[in-house]
Every structure is written in C-alpha cells, then in structure tokens.
Design a protein around this ligand. Structure first.
Ligand code: DGT
Ligand code: CA
Ligand code: CA
Ligand code: ZN
Length: 583
C-alpha cells in the first residue's frame, strides 16, 4: 500500500541524513554512516522523484550510492512512510542529541561522550552539565571547549524567534562600545525593547548622534560577530549577528537625538499615545522632533526630557513605556519612584558547591560583598533534586558546621549571612525537609522542580498547601517557565498570590534571564493582591549574582519601588518579615 502523501526527494534525503547523524552519535561503524550520507546526497541530487520510481518498481540499486539495504529502506519509507533504520535508532538514541550536535564544537563523537558519560540527552542537559563545569573534565574537552559549548547553545536557541534579554544585552554591549567610539559620535545608546527591558528581544535598536553617519555605519558593519549586512545607508544599517540576532543602527544629527530616542525606544503603543497628546496640544511629534504647526525648527528634539517637558509631562522611564497607564500617571503627577539596582541590599537566593553551584560559600560571600550587599542568604537545593546533590538534614547539619567556621573566620564582615535552603515542594505540597530543620532556617525558599504537568487544580492546591506551611518565606520562580524553552505550568496564579499574601510569603522575581519569573505582569498582579516581591539572582556561580539587574529591570516594568521589594529593605525589616529573630 502506498502512503497517501507522496514523500519528496528532499524529505527522503533529510531522513537519511538524520539516520546518519544518529548512527554517528550512536557510535556506529564509519562505513555505515558514510553509506547513509552518500545516499542522502544521491537522493537530493536526483532529478526523478523516488516516490515515482518506487511506484514503477524501478531498481534503485542501479543508482550510484544506493546499495541493497538502502534501496529496501527507501522503498519502505515511500510505501509505509517510515525508514526502518531510523525508527530503530529513534527508539534508542535520544532525539535531543540531534540538537546537541548543532552546537558549535560538539560533533557526533562528542555528543556520544556527553550522552554516555554525562547522561546528556538534549540542549537543556548539556547546558546544565556545562554550567556545573562537568564538561571540561571529559577526555578531549577542556575549559575552552566548555565555554564554546555554552555560547554555542545560545546560538542554536536564538535561531528560532526572539532572543532572551540577557543574551541580547551581552551581545550588544561590545557593539555599543564600538559605535560610541566611532569617529564623530557625540552620543549613542540602546533603544527599542532592549532599552525598555522586555524579557525577550525581537531585534536590537541602536541609536547614535553624529554629523557624518558613514564611519559609524562602517564600524558596525566591520564588528566582530557580524555575519551578514542586511542593508546599509545614510540613516540606517541592519546587520545579522552570528547567532541570528538582528541589530538596527540609526544615526541622526545631535540636535534631533532626543526625539529619535523617544521614537525608537517605543513602544509603538506609547508612541501613538504621545503623538495623540501632541495633537491635543496643537503640536506635531515625529522622530525628528516636536513641532508647532508649520514651523521648521522644533520646539524640542535634542533631549528626551525636553520632548516630554514640552508635552507638559515629566520624563517617563523607558520600562514604563508600554501604554499601561503611564501617560495618565505622568499627567496626574503620580508616576512611581522606581526601584534601582542601587536600592538592592542583598541577594536571598543563590547556590554553592554544597549543591549544584560552581563556587564555594566564601567565594559567593566575597562576591556579595563586592556588590555592596548588607546581607545574603545561602539557599542550596534540598535532597529531592538528587542530580544537584541536594541537602538532606544530615548534609545540612554538616553545611552549618562549615558555615559556623566560615563565620568565625569572617567576623563581622558584611554581608550578614542568612542560612536558607531552596526546599522542593513535593507532589502533594509537603516540603522536602523535616519541620524542626525548617524552623531553624533563617529563610525558606520553596519551589517546584517536579510534576510540571499536574492539572491546574492539583498544581494550585499543591502550591497553596506549601505556602500555608509556617516556615515558608518565599515562593521561588512561581510559574516554572524557561524563556524560549518551556511554558510555565498550569496554575491559578491569583489563588497563589492570595495565599502568599495571607501567609506573608514573598513572591520571587527570579532574575535569571532564563526565567524572569514572576514576570512583570505577574508581579503587578501579585502586588495588587498584597504580596511582597523579592528579587533573587538564583546564582549558581559568583558571576551569576549580576543577573540581579535583569530582575530589577523587570520589577521596574511592574512599576515597583523600594517599598514593595523585600531585598531593598534594611536587614532588621527583612528579619521582621521573615518572622525570625535569629537562631
Ligand atoms: P522588538 O524588536 O520586537 O523586541 O520590539 P521593539 O519595540 O524594539 O520594536 P521595533 O524594533 O520594531 O521598533 C523599535 C521602536 O521603533 C518601537 O518600539 C517603536 C518605533 N517604531 C517602529 N516602527 C514604528 C511604527 O510603525 N510606528 C510607531 N509609532 N513607532 C514605530
Ligand atoms: Ca527592536
Ligand atoms: Ca528594529
Ligand atoms: Zn535556586
């Protein structure tokens, strides 16, 4: 019986290629791999449709590169819609490894090693073990390869859709420095969604002020990491970076920089509202400036503040420019005083080598001190997360002995160390540690790391039950989403926020750019429900503490100020919130 849909040569070739990839990852004989690759090439290059050839029972082995086994396989694929060798391999070799071999500097051989020796079955696994430093020590890998693999994973992920805020930010910093340093540049900055701090970025918008745009455009075109120049003229240059992210650069005269910055920062909805207001005031707003009717010279254009002021508005922070009521608030003089990174006094969620962190307690505390923190809470994983080396009571007791020693060593040096644990919420809502230990902790961060696919009612009940436990202080990453990879689990967030408010549990804004969870809109709902927010880096290494700024950006997008954010408070007030005066 022939399958209803006739399979094309390109698709047959693709299946053969995939079979070759899986064979190679599986560690198969090189000749067999080669045979599949040759066949794929032969099929792709062949003029007549293989489906038609099978239908008229042509002898496929007469074609160069196709032996008896392959001919049988292709015939089965055309007739049954499945290639037997591929079916057999797919049942055995994790298909996620096909993504893993896309990562720069991982070929099939290395994928095989990662799979067999580290249990890697996809990009997520690969990232986890690489971040934990467990790739470098594999034979033939090393630190350099591990670092390359980590950036390669980003590149593979970015290929589809929007980039994460953190990735776009990291890629753009050197480009912005280049633009700022280009001949004749008076001012330069980031605009668009990246300036507004959105959690994902469609493309990056850069703006520069210079009389002569040519050398500025040239600097971007020649930048490291530019794969392709999509277009380049006097006012705009667009390039594609190696990972697939697009960057648009506009160059304007210095006298119009402010108006252009307003325009290209957006959002579109905010711009529309601004233009409408200008019309009501008898003015005209464009990317060139704010004009009185028929005048050639603008009333305001040089600075953003001038443009807003001429519209009789205070300057509106970019994070608020989403048409979520900021125009009315500005008009009525009730814009919030937004949180800044400087307001942050401590980080209450990070990991060490006691579970899956890369740095030890001393190193993490030093890094917290370097960021000027007054307090910091160690929060390694609890035992349920076995692959992280999570802590049970016995291991926690050992950790505390080590912390005692560390504290004796440090004396009164800032930051004050709070003893915490990131305790798993079990399937039924119980916590992954005995009550007597939970009570002794300074801070209990509760989170879901398992059973993501419970029905909404069950998931909600499970979390609400955990929030009702008297020792819980924080609900970490409340939806469990991973940006660009995994949606949050199905849960009634308003019920969760109500329970959190009732029990005095803070809702976390997990600042990792992979999570940003709670999101800006979720935080708005949480605060409206009466919850306190805590912004945590969830760092798994010292450098990860810097993710705090992405959390602050996201909190600003939620209109938050110092008063709503636990870790912007002095230690005494934090302790009062945690309901513990010390052990
Ligand atoms: P993205 O790139 O999807 O993450 O989001 P944006 O906001 O960066 O959007 P993008 O890159 O298309 O445009 C940058 C800004 O330029 C946008 O926020 C507002 C402004 N803009 C672009 N096109 C228009 C338009 O057709 N009308 C108005 N009013 N503004 C526009
Ligand atoms: Ca953009
Ligand atoms: Ca753009
Ligand atoms: Zn964590």
């Amino acid at each position: 019986m022939s399958s209803s849909r006739r399979i094309g040569n390109a698709e047959i070739a693709e299946r053969l290629e995939r079979t070759a990839d899986l064979l190679e990852i599986d560690g198969a004989n090189a000749f067999r791999v080669r045979a599949y690759r040759n066949a794929a090439e032969a099929v792709a290059a062949h003029a007549e449709s293989f489906s038609a050839m099978v239908e008229r029972a042509a002898d496929l082995t007469e074609l160069k590169g196709i032996g008896k086994d392959l001919a049988a396989g292709i015939t089965a694929l055309v007739r049954e819609g499945a290639l037997p060798a591929l079916e057999e391999l797919s049942a055995r070799v994790p298909l996620g490894l096909l993504d893993v071999v896309q990562v720069q500097s991982v070929g099939p051989k290395r994928a095989h090693t990662l799979w067999q020796q580290r249990g890697v079955t996809g990009l997520d696994d690969l990232e986890r073990v690489a971040r934990a430093g467990r790739v470098a020590d594999l034979p033939g890998f090393g630190e350099k390869t591990q670092a390359k693999i980590l950036s390669g994973i980003e590149a593979v992920r970015r290929r589809d859709g929007r980039a994460r805020l953190g990735d776009a930010d990291a890629l753009v910093r050197p480009l912005l420095a280049l633009v700022e340093g280009a001949p004749g540049v008076k001012r330069a900055g980031v605009a668009g969604s990246l300036r507004r701090g959105r959690e994902t970025i469609g493309d990056v918008d850069l703006l520069a002020a210079a009389r002569d745009p040519a050398p500025v455009m040239a600097a971007l075109r020649a930048a490291d990491g530019v794969r392709e120049v999509l277009g380049s003229g006097d006012t705009k240059t667009s390039v594609l970076l190696t990972g697939g992210l697009q960057v648009d650069l506009r160059v304007v005269p210095e006298a119009a920089y402010g108006a252009a910055l307003v325009y290209f920062t957006g959002s579109k909805a905010h711009n529309v509202a601004l233009r409408q207001l200008a019309i009501e005031r008898g003015l005209k707003l464009s990317e060139y400036g704010l004009f009185a009717h028929d005048d050639e010279d603008p009333i305001a254009a040089r600075d953003e503040r001038d443009v807003y002021a001429a519209l009789e508005l205070p300057w509106i922070a970019p994070e608020l420019r989403e048409d979520r009521g900021e125009m009315e608030a500005a008009d009525e003089g009730r814009l919030p005083e937004l949180l800044t990174l400087d307001d942050i006094r401590g980080d209450l969620h990070w990991h060490t080598t006691w579970s899956d962190g890369a740095d030890d307690v001393e190193r993490m505390l030093e890094a917290c001190a370097a960021r000027g923190y007054e307090y910091a809470a160690i929060t390694d994983h609890s035992q349920a997360l076995r692959m992280t080396g999570g802590l049970d009571a016995a291991k926690l007791a050992r950790q505390w002995e080590a912390l005692d020693a560390a504290e004796r060593e440090r004396g009164d040096a800032a930051p004050t160390l709070l003893r915490g644990l990131e305790v798993d919420i079990l399937k039924d809502g119980r916590l992954d540690l005995d009550d007597d230990w939970l009570e002794r902790l300074d801070i209990v961060v509760a989170s879901v790391h398992s059973y993501f696919d419970l029905a909404q009612a069950d998931q909600t009940e499970r979390i609400v039950r955990a929030l009702g436990h008297p020792s819980v202080n924080v609900l970490a990453h409340p939806t469990g989403r991973l940006l660009g990879r995994r949606d949050g689990f199905d849960v009634d967030l308003d019920a969760i926020f109500a329970a959190a408010a009732e029990h005095g549990v803070a809702i976390e804004c997990n600042a990792s750019p992979y999570r940003l969870d709670a999101s800006d809109v979720h935080m708005m709902r949480a605060v409206r429900a009466g919850c306190t927010i805590v912004i945590d880096s969830d760092a798994h290494a010292a450098a990860g503490l810097d993710d705090m700024r992405f959390g602050v950006l996201t909190a600003r997008r939620a209109w938050l100020g110092v008063d709503q954010v636990l870790n912007a408070w002095p230690l005494e007030r934090v302790r009062a919130f945690l309901g513990r005066s010390g052990r």
